[in-house]
Design a protein around this ligand. Structure first.
Ligand code: FAD
Length: 343
């Protein structure tokens, strides 16, 4: 039998931005249901880097991704949003006075507005084109995410890539990995400038070895056990880096999954939104976080938080057309008493 769920707002995606949207909606006295294809809340933070410190969340000089998600869960808890995990939202249909979403488990969620906080959709790592790669992926010799730093204690680690993940992990594994070598094609990193500067300082102190300008060339080992990573310079000269684990960080590939077929305006696999409201090309359907795009968009959690607040305020008149929304700062008024979120 189809399970029917009624709510003011359905939020597709329980990543950091979807969780904060549930809080913002709660503050405006709107109910919500969170739906996520993964079996845990937290999106990329939980699935890809729960132990990586995040340095650019306002008010937290450093916070591990898993702790940020735990805090967001506590923050939204007073509003008790229903959370449906392990379900992929497959369909979105307009109905009288709102929308109906259908999941792959047969649930149907009726709501007056929709927030798509679906991140990179069904995300997956970009894999380097190396012969025999899958044998090393299966054995843990090549890993695209570090779930537990401790698993790399005492291991010789080669990190490849020039973005935030490569830089952040090179810094985070100091004092844990036996050695850290960073392979990149050029001296400049596409990372937060302060993190890149920290990496330079770590290299000067000998905590990290920079292998530049080189790129991955081949993997060496036996029976899936990695022994060395071969790298090549721009002239084709090669050298071997002894290694137990290779961490290639070449970004994530985007696949919007079913959302791509819902007729919403797209720009390079992202949903185009009106920046002031985060409304998509379909009235009543909003997109926030990594999935949304507009001029000046930054794929940062903090920007997603701001988008969650803007979308919640834009949704209020849709759900409660008869109730004037007076802008207020957060106070004990908004949060149910007796919870740890209430002052
Ligand atoms: P996501 O976290 O991607 O969550 C989206 C959720 O939607 C997923 O759980 C997915 O399962 C679900 N979903 C998608 N489609 C469906 C569907 N059809 N049905 C049901 N569920 C669906 N950002 C920073 O600000 N600072 C950092 O230091 C930082 N470091 C990073 C390090 C790494 C290694 C990576 C990969 C990213 C980092 N980011 C960082 C980026 C940050 O993680 C993202 O900006 C953030 O996760 C986006 O949040 P989100 O809620 O929009 O999407």
């Amino acid at each position: 039998m189809t399970q029917q769920i009624e709510t003011d707002v359905a939020i597709v995606g329980a990543g950091p931005v979807g969780l904060f949207a549930a809080f913002e909606l709660g503050m405006l006295k709107l109910s919500s249901v969170l739906i996520d294809a993964l079996s845990e809340i937290g999106g990329q933070c939980t699935a890809l880097y729960p132990e990586k410190p995040i340095y650019d969340i306002p008010g937290h000089p450093a916070i591990e991704a898993g702790d940020l998600i735990a805090n967001l869960e506590r923050q939204m808890a007073p509003f008790r949003p229903a959370t449906l995990l392990g379900r992929r939202v497959e369909t979105l249909e307009g109905t009288q006075g709102g929308f109906t979403l259908g999941t792959d488990r047969g649930e149907s969620i009726r709501c007056k507005a929709v927030i798509l906080a679906a991140g990179a959709g069904a995300f997956g790592p970009n894999r380097p084109p190396l012969a025999g790669l899958s044998a090393y992926e299966g054995s843990g010799g090549v890993q695209y995410y570090v779930r537990r730093r401790e698993d790399l204690r005492g291991r010789r680690v080669v990190i490849a890539g020039g973005g935030d993940s490569a830089v952040d992990w090179a810094l985070a594994l100091r004092g844990i990995a036996a050695s850290i070598q960073v392979v990149h094609r050029r001296p400049k990193f596409r990372a937060a400038p302060e993190s890149a500067a920290q990496l330079d300082r770590a290299a000067e102190r000998g905590e990290v070895e920079m292998v530049i300008p080189y790129q991955l060339h081949a993997l060496h080992g036996t029976d899936g056990k990695l022994e060395a990573v071969e790298v090549a310079d721009l002239d084709g000269g090669t050298k071997l880096l002894p290694a137990d684990v290779l961490l290639p960080f070449f970004g994530l590939s985007m696949d919007l999954g079913p959302i791509g077929g819902w007729g919403l305006d797209l720009e390079r696999h992202h949903l185009k939104v009106t920046p002031a409201t985060c409304e998509t090309s379909r009235p009543g359907v909003f997109a926030i976080g990594d999935i949304a795009t507009y001029p000046g968009k930054l794929k940062l959690i903090l920007q997603g938080f701001s988008e969650a607040a803007m979308a919640a305020h834009a949704i209020h008149p849709i759900v409660r057309p008869d109730v004037a929304l007076h802008f207020e700062y957060s106070t004990s008024k908004g949060v149910p008493a007796g919870t740890d979120a209430a002052p």
